[in-house]
Structures are given as structure tokens and as C-alpha cells.
Design a protein around this ligand. Structure first.
Ligand code: AMP
Length: 370
């Protein structure tokens, strides 16, 4: 459950998305990187964060015969950071801009748009803390979605502060919610203990009302975070990228600092297309030198579902212009050679070499629209 086959007729969507991601990201100096789909489980426990839903409830972990404790990657970022540390990318020109495309695994309850094996395109900029890097990540996903022809999506941004200012805000938030504890849903009572910021993005109606009156993180940012966020917003204005300030946007993972962002398609069932943020503390958590970084990941299945629901054409696949029809053993053999000669000339050809009668071959040609 929660997995699926990508059938031949679906491939054109994947090709289109992967092509556009490759084109745009390489043009902006991003380098491709692939990491294993399984890693030491501790990497994600420490990296993604011990109190996140992803690690507590959704990670596929297993012990190998040799006794290693492994996990199927539930997201890219810890793996990319591990690679950054392991391969000494600190000595490369900074920032290092990396991107990946591939499957990730989360044991979530399967439903529309929620799978257990799904695919992301993932961008990271490691080694530089300036606000322009956050903006570049946002801009690139904006460009990808635009280029794909997706309409009506929006960008939501927020800042959740840093290790200097967030602890104070966290306390204020806990104080606020403690007084209302009885009105919270069951999950939020647990969140209050483990991950209080997540109280702000609970979908339950009663919790949403409480969140609306909750103290806003923006009012408690330290000077540096405030300045950083201001720069992000001003740069977005300059690039004509519209955004919505969402003070309830906190994202699910522990490692985010300062800017967080999400691309969504609102509607009866809102769809989150991509999300990310800055994570200045993560490299140190994973054993590297303190290094600023930021990233964003987009969900390929979600993007495909929107391409379909918005009826967006993904390929102008040209029909074959020539169909080789053969009769008899000799001409069948000759056809193979001819096929290759024509293909070499750049012509699109089709055949039905396994069929004998002209009638059945013409049927295939007809079906292919030659
Ligand atoms: P996250 O790593 O949780 O920030 O997710 C990044 C993006 O991956 C989201 O914006 C979604 O588009 C997509 N995504 C997350 N979880 C799933 C899932 N279970 N099935 C399909 N797509 C997902």
C-alpha cells in the first residue's frame, strides 16, 4: 500500500519534470548528486530530528543480518549534509549548490497525494548564510512550477528564528498553550510537550482558532533574524515573486532556522507542492563544522497530479512518419537494416516485424497514427 508502478503512459510526466528540473538547476550552477536510498538510521534520527513525525512515526527502519541499523531515507537533506561532510566539500568554493531527484520513503497513512514511496526533487545550498540563498531556492522552484505551466499556486513564507531567539518564543508559546490545554486536540497535547511550534499548524478547527490568537514568532525574532527575513522579503519583491506571510508556517522538521517556505495550491483540498527552509545548525549536529545552509524539496507525484488536473500538455510527441511493412523472411531481415538507416537520418519510424500479414501490420500502423 502507498506504492505504485509508473506505467509507460505516465512516463512523459516524469520526463517533462526531470528535464525542466535539470535544465533550470544546471543553468543556475547546481551540481547533481545521488546518495544511497538507505543509510544508517541514526543519521536521520539525529538529522531530521528525534521528535519529528517523520522519525517517530514514519521512518522505515530495519536491522541487517550484520546487525547494522538502517533506514530508507525519509528525506534528502541529512544524506546530502553527510556527503558534504564526508567528501570535504567545505574546501570547495562556497556555497556548494547541490540537487537530487529520487525516491523517499515514509510510512504514512496512504491517501490521495500521500504515498509511502514517493519522489522528490531536492535542492540544497550549503556553506553560505546570506538571505539571497533562501531567495534563490524559492525563485528556482517558482521557475520550475511556472515553466511546467502550473497555475494558481502560491508561496508562503515565515521565519521561525534561530537558536538565540527561538527558545524565548518557545517558552512564550508554551505558556500561552498551557493555559488552553483543555481545548487542544489529543495530538496537540503531545506536541505541547515535544514539539510546541507544531501546535501552530494543526489542522483541527479548535486548534486553528487557538493558533490564530497565539503570539507570533515574527514579534520575537532577534535583530539578526529580523534583518535576514526583511532581506528575503525585499528580494522577493524585487524579483516579482508574490508571497503570503504565514505566521503559522513552521514546517515539520526540527532543524529549520530563520526562513521557512512552502509552495501550495489552495482549493478544496489544498496541495503542498514543495517546502523547505534554512537549517544553519544541521551540519554541526551531524558532526561537521558549524556551516549555514538552506534547502527545498518538491513532491513529483503532487506536481504530476496538478499537471493532470489542470490539463497541462507535457509533450508534443511527434507521430512516426514512416511505417515499415514487410512481406516474407528476406524483407523482414532487410527491414531491420532499413530501420536503422532511416533512424540514423533522424526520421521517426515504426514497425511490426513480428507480424506476417500486411493486414495486421497496417492495423498497427493505423493504431500508431502513422
Ligand atoms: P517535506 O520533505 O515533508 O518537506 O516534503 C516536501 C514535499 O514532498 C511536499 O511539499 C510534498 O509535495 C511532497 N510529499 C511529502 N510527503 C509526501 C507523501 N507522503 N506522498 C507524496 N508526496 C509527499
Amino acid at each position: 500500500r502507498g506504492t505504485f508502478d509508473i506505467l509507460p503512459e505516465e512516463q512523459k510526466y516524469w520526463e517533462r519534470i526531470i528535464t525542466i528540473v535539470n535544465q533550470i538547476l544546471t543553468a543556475y550552477g547546481f551540481l547533481a548528486i545521488d546518495t544511497p536510498i538507505f543509510e544508517n538510521a541514526l543519521l536521520f534520527m539525529r538529522g531530521t530530528g528525534p521528535f519529528t513525525d517523520v522519525v517517530q512515526k514514519e521512518m522505515y527502519t530495519f536491522r541487517t543480518r550484520g546487525g547494522d541499523y538502517l533506514a530508507l531515507r525519509p528525506e534528502f537533506t541529512p544524506s546530502i549534509v553527510r556527503a558534504y561532510i564526508e567528501h570535504g566539500m567545505k574546501s570547495w568554493p562556497q556555497p556548494v549548490k547541490l540537487y537530487s531527484i529520487g525516491p523517499v520513503f515514509r510510512h504514512e497513512k496512504p491517501q490521495a497525494g500521500r504515498y509511502r514511496q514517493f519522489h522528490q526533487f531536492n535542492l540544497e545550498i550549503i556553506g553560505e548564510g546570506g538571505a539571497l540563498n533562501d531567495v534563490l531556492l524559492i525563485q528556482l522552484v517558482f521557475l520550475i512550477l511556472k515553466k511546467l505551466g502550473i497555475k494558481g499556486f502560491n508561496l508562503q513564507v515565515n521565519s521561525i528564528g534561530c537558536s538565540q531567539c527561538r527558545p524565548d518564543y518557545r517558552k512564550i508559546l508554551i505558556d500561552y498553550y498551557r493555559k488552553q490545554r483543555k481545548k487542544l486536540c489529543r495530538h496537540c497535547r503531545e506536541r505541547l510537550r515535544l514539539n510546541p511550534l507544531r501546535l501552530l499548524d494543526c489542522k483541527e478547527e479548535k486548534c486553528r482558532q487557538l493558533a490564530n490568537n497565539a503570539p507570533q514568532v515574527i514579534d520575537y525574532l532577534c535583530e539578526e533574524c529580523h534583518g535576514h527575513f526583511k532581506e528575503v522579503l525585499e528580494s522577493l519583491d524585487e524579483l516579482d515573486i508574490p508571497y503570503i506571510l504565514n505566521s503559522h508556517l513552521v514546517r515539520g522538521l526540527d532543524y529549520y532556522t530563520k526562513t521557512v517556505f512552502e509552495f501550495r495550491l489552495e482549493g478544496q483540498n489544498p496541495i503542498e507542492l514543495a517546502g523547505g527552509g534554512r537549517y544553519d545548525g544541521l551540519i554541526e549536529i551531524l558532526g561537521g563544522k558549524s556551516t549555514p545552509a538552506a534547502g527545498i524539496a518538491g513532491g513529483i507525484e503532487r506536481v504530476i497530479s496538478v499537471l493532470k488536473s489542470q490539463d497541462i500538455k507535457v509533450s508534443q510527441e511527434s507521430l512516426p512518419r514512416i511505417f515499415l511493412v514487410q512481406l516474407g523472411e528476406l524483407s523482414r531481415r532487410r527491414s531491420l537494416k532499413l530501420f536503422e538507416e532511416l533512424r540514423n537520418k533522424g526520421l521517426k519510424i515504426a514497425e511490426a516485424l513480428s507480424k506476417d500479414s500486411i493486414k495486421s501490420q497496417l492495423k498497427v500502423a493505423d493504431k500508431l497514427g502513422v
